[in-house]
Design a protein around this ligand. Sequence first.
Ligand code: FES
Ligand code: MG
Length: 589
Amino acid sequence: PGADAGQSASGPAPRGSGQLRSHQWYGSGISSGLRSFSHRARTRQLGYLPEEHLGKPVVAILNTWSDINPCHVHLRDRAQAVKRGVWQAGGFPLEFPVATLSETFQKPTPMLYRNLLAMETEELLRSYPVDGAVLLGGCDKSTPALLMGAASVDLPTVFVPAGPMLPGHWRGEVLGSGTDMWKYWDEHRAGAIGDCELAELESGLARSPGHCMTMGTASTLTAAAEALGVTLPGASSIPAVDSGHERMAAASGLRVVDLIRADLRLSALLTREAFEDAVTCVLGLGGSTNAVIHLIAMAGRAGVPLTLDDFDRIARTVPVLANVRPGGGPYLMEDFHFAGGLPGFLSRITDLLHLERPTVAHDRFGDQLAGALVHDDDVIRTRADPVAEEGGVAVLRGNLCPDGAVIKHIAADPALLRHTGPAVVFDDYRTLQRTIDDPALGITPDHVLVLRGSGPKGGPGMPEYGMLPLPNYLLKEGVRDMVRISDARMSGTSYGTCVLHVAPESHVGGPLALVRTGDPITLDVAGRSLTLEVPEEELARRAAAWTPPPERFERGYGALYNEQITQADTGCDFAFLARPGTVPDPYAG
Ligand code: FES
Ligand code: MG
């Protein structure tokens, strides 16, 4: 697979330079006023001749490159390739450095800052002379953040996914970032591997620029962007350091200028049909549970209603065909790419997709899948031989999660998918870390580990604590999975019988706040239920006695976050960003 610029998209008649949004800034002659005179003078100050830029579509390249973000460290070069494409097509590229969200380094979690990057994206595009945008990102939250902000502005836009890093290697084994980090850390805690092996693993796990190369959150969300139709076909799986990745960036720059001339905006692409296809895609990939939150938030910005129930309904119709870690296995994103990438994968489920909608590359989504091939039926399975019969995510309801919870059941031990056991409750993650290995807690494999205080407000930012560590004495006995429940998220590269995103969260008084150690809890994935087996009257008594925990942030961004953040089932956007309404154009306002 390789990204191609495709055929020209349909839309209104091509726009002349006088109709460009940027024309309001630059004008067309001496008579057009002091402000455009000043903008032209300042563009000369930037070193450009008027004939290099005047009257040309201005393309903002929003770059999440940073020295601290290993997933995006190659994006400074890629921005140059995008510029090449924009110049070739007769546009005028301008690069804007924007916030970098590094899943690895940013604490407590970049989820706290997804909406900040979304705000920055929206306001930069709105306040500068921009006719269209190319968005560069890929590490987990950067994809939804950039697309949420861009959807709110609604300009012609192409997303350039950062691409997966190369596969890891260690002592003859192929390693997945994230997934194998957790696995070998547990092996180390169980005493199965020593310090020297761990030191070698440090060098082998992540060996090139690019985002995580399992079907974690990053790969899931960039695939969702491709399924939405906002990347070039085949773009999302190209390895970050492959020369094809640079060519895809250049082609995206070429393409966005066409989109501006055709006035094909994000709103024409981000329809209900597109989001249903993105959900189908994510589920068929066995992708990350984080996609549930992010797709709901992205759809909200596009004015498209999308709910947890859509995920559960669609999941029952979509088989998992991607045999990629951690949902399937044993393959990694590079294998997936060379097996046919997303076009190959989607070509196997075209009966489940909406083929008549437009994308950045084609008038019909179906046209960009028409010639797609699969080159390896073990990596991208056939419908007759799926990894799982049903999509990887189930939505649970019950008195413990009245607004829903999710579980990635294909990454769970099948024996635990129907289970009743006594709760062991931890009020926060630090307490859990400090006490989990204490044999005095007497935890058995039948217990249900419950973590609260880790939701959107309580975490804060819903940290990826959802794969709760098991007691080391059980690990040493060979136990590798238990039922775990929390209001946290889980890394897309994690696995286990982990019920996540319990809503409402404990911090705002959700029933999770009322669970006590010893209470029986029943998980029934087939029945889609999660039940706290405690009488209603007793729960009412506990609720009456419950007091909300103190707020952590007295000032700053965290205070805004606390005031505005919505719960997991509605996408964790800020209420004031998610709501519909108009914002004045800077020149009209
Ligand atoms: Fe960036 Fe995994 S750390 S994608
Ligand atoms: Mg992650």
